[in-house]
Design a protein around this ligand. Sequence first.
Ligand code: FAD
Length: 422
Amino acid sequence: PEDPRALLIVGAGQAGVETAVAARQNGFAGTITLIGDEPVLPYERPPLSKGMLMGESGLDEATIYSAAELDALKIELLNGIQVSGVDRKARRVSLSDGRQLSYDMLVLATGARARELSVTGSDETSLFYLRNLRHAKSLGEALRKATQVAVIGGGFIGLEIASAARKLGKHVTVIEAAARLMGRLLPEEAAGYMQELAVANGVALELGHTTAAVSREGVMLDDGRMVAADCIVVGIGAVPNDALAREAGLAVAERGGILVNPIGRTSDPAIYAVGDVAVHRDEISGREHRLESWQNANLTARSTGMAIAGAADHSIDLPWFWSDLFGGTVQMLGQMRDGLTLVRRDGGQAPVFFGLNEEGSIELVVDFGQPKAIQAARSLMLEGTELSPALLTDRDVDLSQLNEDDMKTIPLEKRFVWPATG
Ligand code: FAD
């Protein structure tokens, strides 16, 4: 007999569509309806700040599944339609076109939106943001016409935009309130290397300065100086789209985002949340994580899609993130937190940084040009192997040989477990 259940997914971005596909491919036989407010097929966002901004690639390359592929999987896409409310009691959502749809299971995959700058002049000045296709198109046009670009925010998005603007030959200034770039995202030593890279590529930096005002002339800094600009881009972070969940009375995190268990279930067992909007709580440390990454969108979609289909996802993976900056690729494996000891390994195209925890195991890798090292570190991290900093920095040591057995071929003095006691 046919499965009579209805799965509704709100938000047709990467996590939304991948949840639909995972549920179907793992045997969910009911109806699947994907509702998204953007008027296009689901697409991946990383190209928005890379190839698409440079005019090197288009929407086709970023599109995840074609209409025919969705059709074949019996996934119905309602695009250009917003979900305006969730009635949990009646298990029904209301749509912007006045319709109501019933669900047995609901997935919130509403992502995040660009945080808006609110300073003197921000309402009257045309400011550019980058979160969606529409933004990428208008920013791309503006960058080509501009001569002087001011980027407010020195995180990944801000720096990718700066990198693209430099490639287009523009004069670029990055304004960052913190004393260094990538404050929340990278340990100090790795951020320092990133900073050298930005400067070497001709980016002017204004660190430790907030924006007092914006106008047609440019950005006025907190000390009254003016950064002249005919294109002002704001990249000061993203805010999770959790309004539907809040209004429906689901548990949300204090700092925003929808609280979920390891398979993405919210405080209502019929409702799940995936991707950028979902907040996972680490059961051991109690820490809350909300990741904004391509990999996290895929992994959370897969485990939730499988759970909906009644299958269990036993795969484990480490958080992974990449960014294309100044002609190279930065990769990050694991998660940044305070208290890690940073070890730098030179060689290859550029350095790789390892963050070791109190036990001497790698918890974070930030790689600027040694992709083999990150590959090797991945298995060491999954095995929880304890390592000495001396070993990690030794260029004669092949990191890919550092598994339990091969460790024995490494001289004892190089193998000692860190931190040494006494
Ligand atoms: P989204 O992709 O944002 O999708 C959410 C969708 O839901 C949107 O289409 C939204 O309009 C829609 N929606 C919201 N509310 C409603 C509603 N009420 N009704 C209907 N629809 C709704 N990650 C990396 O790992 N590496 C990178 O290099 C990288 N680069 C990036 C560059 C840019 C410019 C951006 C913006 C992100 C980048 N990311 C990168 C992050 C990655 O793209 C996101 O983590 C990922 O898109 C999250 O997927 P999602 O489905 O949760 O959210």
